[in-house]
Every structure is written in C-alpha cells, then in structure tokens.
Design a protein around this ligand. Structure first.
Ligand SMILES: Cc1ncc(COP(=O)(O)O)c(C=O)c1O
Length: 411
C-alpha cells in the first residue's frame, strides 16, 4: 500500500484553508430557495418573484438622461474619489436639511458608498474587532449579522417587533453584560418585520447610547417608502444623535436605482472618517456618471419618489386584501417594500422554509421564508411588493391553489 508520502505532490489532495471569519458564517438560509428558483426559470416557468426587495421599475427618465450625458464626457471614465464627489455629498446634506431639518457638514459628515450595504459592512469592519459585541435587530436582515461576524465581532440579537421592549432589552443587556456592547444597529422601517418607530424612539436611544457609551448605526434604507401619511423619522434628527452614531440611506429603493449601487453614510464625523479610511484602502469610489446622475435625482426627482411610494402603497393594499381574502391574518405595513405575513394554520406546522419551497415548486411564486431572517422569523413569510398589482393578485391566486383553497381564482 502506498503511504501518503509516496503520493506525488501534484496528485495530493489540496485543501483551501479559508479564514475563520468566513468559516464561522452561518449557512445561507436562502440558498435552497434560490437554487430552486433558478431551476424553475431554466425550465421556462414564469416565476412571480416576491423574494427580494429588488425594484422592477425604472428610475425617472431624467436620471437616465443625465447618466447618458455624463457617460459621453471622457473626464468621467477615470477613477473617482472613494468618499464621493463634493457636489454629491452637498446634495445629501441638502436633502437631510430639507427632509429632516438636520444640518450636516458635507466635507466631514457625509460619505458616498457603493450601495449602503457596502458602506454598512465596511463600517462594521472599521469599528469592530475580536471581543467587540453588537446588538442587532431580530428577525435580522442578514448583513446586519454577517457584517458584524465578518468583522470578527459577536452578535446579540434582540427582538425588534415591539420597539419599547427592544429599547428596554438594549438597556438590560448593557446593564448585565461585560464588556458592554460597542455598537447598536437599528433599522426602521424594519426589514423584514416592517416595524416602524417615531422620533421619540430615537430620542430615547440616543440617551441610552450616551449613558452606556455605545455607538449607533441606523440603516434607513426604507426612508422614502412610507404609506398613509406616515413619515419615517431619521435617527439623526434626534438631539445629540450625531455625537453617537451615523445613518445609512440608499438610492436603491425610493429612486429604483438598486443596480446602480449608490448609498450614503452620514452623521458622526469620527465614524464617517473611520469608514472613509477603510474605503480609501479598498475602493476608488462609484463610477462618476452614476454620482452625477444621483445629484440630479436628489435635486429634481422628489415627485418621482413620491409616486414610487404611492405605487407601493397601492400594491400593499392589493396584496394585503388578496391575502386576507385567502384567510391570512395580515397586518398592513406602514412603510417598506414588504408584507410580513404570518403563515396560517395548519401550513405553519411545516416550517417557513418548506412552505416557501412548496409555494415556489407547486405555485411558481417565490417568497422569503421568515426562518431565513433568524429564529425569530419562523412562522412568517416576507413577500416583497416589487411586482405590479396584477402580478401580485396572480401570485395570491397561485398561493391559494397550493393551499387547496377552492375559489382562489375569484381573487
Ligand atoms: C434594510 C436594508 N438595508 C440595506 C439594503 C441594501 O441597500 P443597498 O442597495 O443600498 O446596498 C437593503 C436591501 O434590500 C435593506 O433591505
């Protein structure tokens, strides 16, 4: 028998030893669903995809026109600056003043990111390391957990669905663990649960941050998509917020520019500088024509953002009323691009992943199983309202058929 040392080195098994930070990531819960979605599409099935908050609508024509114009200027094809061009940062600052009455210095308190997810992840890397702990909302938008883990930090997940309880749990945790949490991540309107807060929540959070000396990162991705007159408050509008934290906003949702990859981090200058330092090493900034088109979008497209929000409100109404007719117990969201739906009995017994697989396999409707957002998401599905109202109704008919509801076609 050949011993291992007899095997020619060219034939020896070669393991790729990835870093611990990659090895310790939890399994990706949406993997199975995504694989089946791909197989269905390859087989020619017209999958109605309510899985991701990925807008299907185009940005306002003015934004596209400006992009074209900027593209034809040869000066815009070079590397840009990693923190965003000055006029873009000024526009973000102007928007904060106009919408929230918040004054920001565009030079030191605003930075552009390659989508807010990139900025958020790199900020975690800039702020956290081994032994540091972050409080993360649960159920969790996955990157809120993974970015902390990739920065070698530890995660404490606290249920976010009752904001007052969430606040008192933050305080309890700060009182009872040592070392104390370094960072608290908040995300309202919340993905996936659609929970919203008022300004008073942030006033109290800032007080807690000062008392227990933690930093706040607010992910404000759904700032622009609010319904029924509700206006989501900005964390930065609370007194003293800028002393303790930053806020991420994005052009992906309200401006339907998800593929363009442009978002912002604004607030505490030390935190902004920490992010700028990491980004200065890692990237050369967003493609400049995109930055220029984004300035025009923020300057001239308020009406388009409002009409996008109205459209989502209509879709929310269609989806919620159709699911209610199927017998689901639905709480219509006040904001965001999602409906967070409790799985009705007896289907909840099969678990959210299996139920979502069934809807995709038998009904051709892709949704996100609540379990994909952590244990607190079990028993729920997240349906995104990115498809038009007719497609949403069709999706509910197909869901009804999977559940063997007789007159689903009447929906
Ligand atoms: C809560 C939340 N934060 C951040 C993002 C990512 O936004 P961006 O496209 O700016 O990276 C999303 C996208 O789904 C989101 O739901």
């Amino acid at each position: 028998m050949r011993s291992e040392s007899d095997i020619p080195f060219e034939d020896a098994p070669f393991n790729i030893p990835v870093a611990d930070r990659v090895d310790r990531l939890p399994p990706y819960m949406f993997g199975k669903i995504n694989k089946l979605k791909h197989e269905k599409r390859v087989a020619g099935v017209d999958v109605i995809d309510l899985g991701m908050g990925n807008p299907t609508d185009s940005p306002d024509p003015l934004i596209i026109e400006k992009l074209g114009e900027a593209l034809s200027d040869p000066r815009n094809h070079r590397y840009s600056v990693s923190n965003g061009i000055e006029n873009l940062r000024k526009e973000v600052s102007a928007r904060y003043w106009k919408k929230y009455g918040v004054r920001l210095d565009p030079a030191s308190e605003v930075i552009a990111c390659i989508g807010s997810k990139e900025g958020f992840s790199h900020l975690c890397l800039a702020l956290m390391g081994p032994g540091d702990t972050a409080i993360v909302p649960s159920p969790s938008f996955p990157i809120h957990v993974y970015a902390v883990m990739l920065a070698s930090g530890n995660v404490i997940s606290l249920d976010v669905r009752e904001p007052d309880q969430f606040l008192s749990n933050i305080e309890y945790t700060c009182k009872h663990i040592f070392p104390k949490p370094k960072v608290v991540i908040v995300n309202f309107p919340h993905n996936p649960s659609t929970t919203v807060v008022d300004q008073g929540f942030y006033d109290d959070l800032v007080k807690l941050a000062k008392k227990y000396q933690f930093l706040v990162i607010s992910d404000f991705a759904y700032a622009d998509i609010c319904f029924d007159g509700y206006q989501a408050p900005s964390f930065l509008a609370s007194p003293g917020a800028i002393d303790v934290g930053v806020e991420f906003t994005t052009m992906s949702k309200g401006y339907s520019m998800a593929g363009w990859r442009i978002g912002f981090c604004a607030g505490n200058p030390e935190m902004v500088r920490a992010l700028a330092t990491i980004k200065g090493y890692y990237d050369y900034g967003i493609f400049q024509p995109i930055q220029i088109a984004a300035i025009v979008a923020m300057r001239h497209c308020d009406a388009a953002v409002e009409s996008v929000s109205k459209e989502y409100q209509q879709r929310r109404d269609t989806l919620c009323s159709s699911l209610t007719r199927l017998g689901w117990d639905i709480q219509p969201p006040k904001a965001s691009m999602f409906v967070w739906a409790k799985i009705p009995e007896p289907w909840n017994e099969m678990g959210s992943i299996n139920f979502a697989m069934k809807l995709l396999d038998e009904g051709g409707v892709a949704v996100s199983p609540g379990r994909g957002f952590g244990d607190d998401g079990e028993g729920y599905l997240r349906l995104s309202i990115v498809e038009n109202s007719n497609r949403l109704k069709q999706a509910v008919r197909q869901i009804g058929k999977c559940m063997k509801i007789e007159d689903s076609d009447a929906i």
